[in-house]
Ligand binder design. Structure first.
Ligand SMILES: Cc1cc2nc3c(=O)[nH]c(=O)nc-3n(C[C@H](O)[C@H](O)[C@H](O)COP(=O)(O)OP(=O)(O)OC[C@H]3O[C@@H](n4cnc5c(N)ncnc54)[C@H](O)[C@@H]3O)c2cc1C
Length: 461
């Protein structure tokens, strides 16, 4: 029997997870930008608040998985209120996504997470529910490389151009442009867009009026500091034997915006100290060095700062130095935007991520409640008066071509098929209907694996 021909636009997390699940059953062609095309892209215009990592960072083979931290966290149950199906439908694919992204299985992570939550309860953190646990494998995975896709798919270095009516047909077509400026029209049994949460909606905008709406990202900031029993230090970056990674545990405050997660992170200066100013930055020196290991300014910085040295000891050596001081990091759900969050006359791109004053007020109330939860355990507390100024979006652009029950509510049906199309699909962050406070990677991979099953069933028929 002839294999179905599938065309995947983008070799990032969603595209590579999908390709691995489809091979060898399908003949897969993948398209991703050539280096010269990446260099020539017009800069993104950020109209709202900034992101803590430049948007459109991590283009090229592997997409953002070239640089990501690979922190894996399942969506909390409340997130599924905005999804077209219940958590139980995606659960088997979330479990399948773990071995693709990490050395540990879903049950191993769940067991370790229960242990960690038990330790927090023993220390008396009981005033708020504990959220889903974030698992960081020691080694991140670039999914394009991990799947050895260079030898298994046909790769075209080209830029996909926005869809038109031909993309909606039973033999969908899409135009791509090569670095020399020539174009070609490609067709396949199904075309899957996986160009990321900021680009996929712009590819869809000519044929899907809702594309670019419902943009979500996570509002993130260090919001304050507390002094606690130093024994809490042992629970930060918790590394049970045999897990091949470490765990971080938030507690959660409910709010009209959705769930707001708070993480306690060891700090090495007293609450309110001037020396903590730098802690407000969301990107640590160590995280920057991961992608620029030979940058002399970063190396110099690293060896002058107690916090950074402590980060190395904890993250690289697994030794967290005891301290009574902790920073409080907030990772907030955002209600989906009701106006377009992404747009621009191709190839220009603007992004508008913002929070209303009312939303900021709700976040302030959540910060105060988080501090109240810690009050019985803490000797000193300090809320930054300017945390709202440092608040930024994360690198989790999602929702811009979201799954929905009807075309009025989103862009794709529950499988990821674009409404009104015969065989045009989405398999990246833009398909998420909501992400609550959870980093998006694990859910993107799970959705891609679910779509692979759907395509196998549909195209085998
Ligand atoms: C520094 C960093 C750290 C992160 N850490 C985490 C983390 O710890 N945990 C987590 O869950 N998430 C994390 N994320 C977010 C996560 O990586 C992304 O949400 C996810 O990888 C996005 O996957 P995607 O498939 O939507 O798109 P991407 O991985 O961005 O892939 C999109 C691909 O499409 C290609 N492309 C774009 N335009 C075109 C075009 N016109 N034609 C052809 N190809 C095109 C791009 O080159 C790219 O390869 C992080 C992100 C960054 C940047």
């Amino acid at each position: 029997m002839r294999k179905p021909k599938l065309l995947i636009i983008g070799t990032g997390l969603g595209g590579s997870a999908l390709a691995q699940a489809l091979l060898p059953w399908a003949e897969v062609t993948m398209v991703d930008l050539a280096p010269a095309q990446i260099a020539a892209l017009p800069p993104l215009e950020d109209r709202g608040r900034p992101a803590n990592v430049a948007p459109l960072y991590g283009l090229g083979l592997g997409g953002t998985t070239q640089f990501w931290h690979n922190g894996l966290i399942p969506l909390p149950p409340r997130a599924y209120e905005s999804w077209p199906y219940p958590a139980s439908t995606l659960a088997p694919y979330v479990a399948k996504a773990y071995p693709l992204l990490s050395p540990a299985s879903a049950p191993a992570v769940a067991t370790a997470s229960q242990q960690l939550q038990h330790h927090y309860a023993e220390l008396g953190l009981s005033g708020a529910p504990l959220g889903e646990t974030l698992y960081y494998p020691h080694r991140r995975r670039n999914l394009w490389q991990y799947g050895k896709l260079a030898t298994r798919v046909t790769l075209l270095r080209a830029q996909a151009l926005p869809c038109d009516e031909r993309s909606l047909s039973a033999s969908p077509q899409l135009t791509v442009q090569y670095p020399d400026g020539t174009t070609a029209s490609l067709s396949a049994n199904a075309i899957i867009l996986a160009a990321g949460g900021l680009v996929t909606p712009r590819l869809l905008q000519p044929i899907a009026p809702q594309a670019g709406y419902h943009y979500e990202d996570h509002a993130t900031a260090f919001v304050g500091e507390v002094m606690l029993n130093p024994v809490f230090t042992q629970l930060w970056n918790y590394q049970p034997r045999g897990l091949g990674g470490s765990l971080r545990q938030p507690f959660v405050i409910g709010s009209p915006l959705g769930d707001i997660a708070f993480y306690l992170r060891p700090a090495y200066h007293a609450p309110g100290s001037q020396a903590n100013q730098r802690r407000k930055q969301l990107t640590s020196t160590l995280a920057q060095l991961r992608n620029q290991p030979y940058n002399p300014a970063l190396l110099w910085q690293l060896f002058r700062r107690a916090d950074d040295l402590a980060d190395i000891a904890s993250l690289k050596l697994g030794i967290t130095l005891p301290t009574p001081y902790f920073s409080l990091m907030m990772m907030a759900s955002q209600p989906p935007a009701t106006t377009a969050g992404v747009g621009g006359a191709w190839p220009a791109c603007w992004r508008n991520w913002s929070l209303s004053d009312a939303a900021l007020g709700q976040l302030q109330a959540a910060v105060e409640r988080a501090m109240a939860v810690l009050a019985p355990l803490s000797q000193q507390q300090f809320i930054y008066s300017d945390w709202a100024q440092t608040l930024a979006s994360s690198a989790h652009h999602n929702g811009t071509a979201r799954l929905a029950r009807t075309p009025a509510e989103g862009v794709c049906d529950s499988h990821g098929q674009v409404f009104g199309s015969h065989a045009l699909y989405v398999a990246d962050a833009s398909a998420l209907p909501s992400s609550s406070y959870a980093n998006t990677g694990l859910t993107i991979a799970a959705l891609a694996l679910k779509l692979a099953d759907h395509l196998k069933e549909r195209l085998n028929a």
